[in-house]
Design a protein. Structure first.
Length: 471
């Protein structure tokens, strides 16, 4: 959904949506509330189903926002307008309806129970090239649909790709258009607003002069990660190879299997072409041999035309375990961020972020655009410069924390928390500002985890309530 915190003084009863499907009465006529899927500081996600007998098996996700100064109406309206335009077609998240009452907003969307891409892949017993081809096709189809509707997503990454179920042939959905834009730019048609996660950002995004082709690049990085896993142990090496305008081949990317079909590598080269002016559109890339492979394979299977020697059909060994390891790192990273957000004072948090930004921008061993530091370096700063021993001790008490010393911590998580602190500084409540910020920051971090049930148990002790974001 993106950052929904604001310093606006809007009253809860003010109307936010332009054309909702109705209010509480209209909602109650159509839907029945079921169990809670996730709950946060400002929103709750529930499973809902339609009352119509013919549609009794249709279940959806209902995100219920509590109105208040924390919401950014323009951002919310923009995302809803984009979802309306996309109409849930071509593997984009479908918004079913919106409702508004004096106290709440209710957004009904597809319910994706298969989890984010990393989680989904980690649960699969076997991953075949046919599965990767299907995912490539669906992702490029979603991007093509966005482009045809003059929408740039601008934040394509595994966390924003969800699956409808855990089944091996589940359909993906491109979600979270909070960073997207449908604005048409006059002149050269280039956008200049920087956004997105650094590792998945295109060269032209860093140059702040980009078009819809930036989404193609991000998809290329996602499809590299799909095969190789997120290169958390070789993040700098992978990033340098990707952004090297003179690179000869992408086969040297860390973790990339050496025995994939040649068509897969050819697809990656097309997606990750450095010169964006020469990069193909999503529509053109849908004709790539690897992207179409799963369709040909399915037709042969349906006709019982099995070809045991089909060189493109193969099992991708070790794929599930690679993605499981990445999820473990994500859990640890969010635990650390939660501790920083809840145990440091506002001044300490601000000082820490300033030090981290300076280190990121001057560290010659790590590309400054990645905006990461090693966990060991982060602990040294807390010890020697912030001097908050309680916070340091809490981090050191996380099981197996030393295993992560020389892995990268993404400072963007802390930047988001710091921005939230600045946004709510003038928000008047009876509770103290610090305690309010602690709850909000913790909840914001938990919202990043998309309410993954298998991750909830490992984070309960860090004062983080479950949250979910289907928008």
């Amino acid at each position: 959904m993106g950052n929904c915190v604001s310093d606006d003084t809007r009253c809860p009863s003010d109307t936010i949506l332009d054309n909702p499907n109705g209010a509480q009465l209209e909602f109650d006529k159509r839907f029945v509330m079921d169990r809670v899927l996730g709950e946060g500081e400002f929103a709750q996600v529930k499973l809902v189903y339609e009352k119509s007998e013919s549609k009794s098996s249709m279940t959806y996700a209902c995100k219920i926002f509590r109105k208040g100064p924390h919401l950014l109406p323009e951002k919310l309206r923009s995302e809803i307008e984009m979802l309306h335009s996309l109409n849930g077609e071509s593997f984009c998240l479908k918004m079913i309806a919106t409702y508004e009452t004096p106290q709440t907003l209710m957004i009904i969307t597809d319910c994706c129970t298969g989890g984010e891409m990393m989680e989904y892949l980690s649960k699969q017993k076997h991953i075949r090239t046919e599965d990767m081809s299907r995912i490539s096709y669906q992702l490029l189809s979603a991007i093509n649909h966005c482009s045809e509707n003059s929408i740039i997503h601008r934040d394509i990454k595994p966390e924003n790709i969800m699956f409808t179920t855990e089944a091996p042939d589940a359909t993906l959905k491109l979600i979270d258009f909070g960073s997207g834009t449908s604005q048409v730019i006059d002149g050269d048609g280039m956008h200049t607003t920087f956004t997105g996660k650094a590792f998945y950002n295109s060269p032209e995004m860093f140059q702040k002069k980009y078009s819809s082709k930036t989404d193609i690049w991000s998809a290329g990085v996602v499809l590299y990660v799909m095969a190789a896993g997120y290169p958390y142990k070789s993040l700098q090496e992978a990033f340098d190879i990707l952004l090297d305008s003179q690179r000869q081949s992408l086969k040297s990317l860390p973790g990339l299997p050496e025995d994939m079909p040649s068509e897969y590598y050819e697809m990656l080269e097309e997606l990750l072409l450095y010169q964006h002016g020469q990069r193909k559109s999503a529509g053109e890339l849908l004709s790539c041999a690897f992207v179409k492979f799963h369709q040909i394979s399915l037709r042969r299977k349906n006709r019982h035309q099995y070809e045991s020697n089909n060189r493109m059909s193969m099992l991708v060994l070790g794929n599930s375990s690679r993605h499981s390891a990445v999820l473990d790192l994500a859990i640890f990273e969010r635990k650390v961020t939660t501790l920083l957000a809840t145990m440091l004072t506002c001044d300490e948090l601000s000082k820490l972020l300033s030090i981290l930004m300076e280190r990121c921008n001057t560290n010659t061993s790590i590309n400054t655009r990645l905006q990461v530091v090693f966990f060991r370096e982060l602990k040294d700063i807390i010890n020697l410069e912030i001097k908050n021993m309680d916070c340091l001790s809490a981090i050191q008490n996380i099981p197996d924390e030393k295993d992560y010393d020389f892995l990268s911590y993404h400072t963007s998580l802390l930047k988001d928390v710091s921005q939230m602190e600045r946004d709510i500084v003038d928000y008047p409540m009876t509770l103290g500002r610090r305690s309010r910020f602690q709850r909000t920051a913790s909840e914001f971090i938990r919202s990043k985890m998309r309410s993954r049930p298998n991750l909830e148990k490992s984070t309960q002790s860090f004062r983080c309530k479950t949250s979910s974001s289907h928008l």
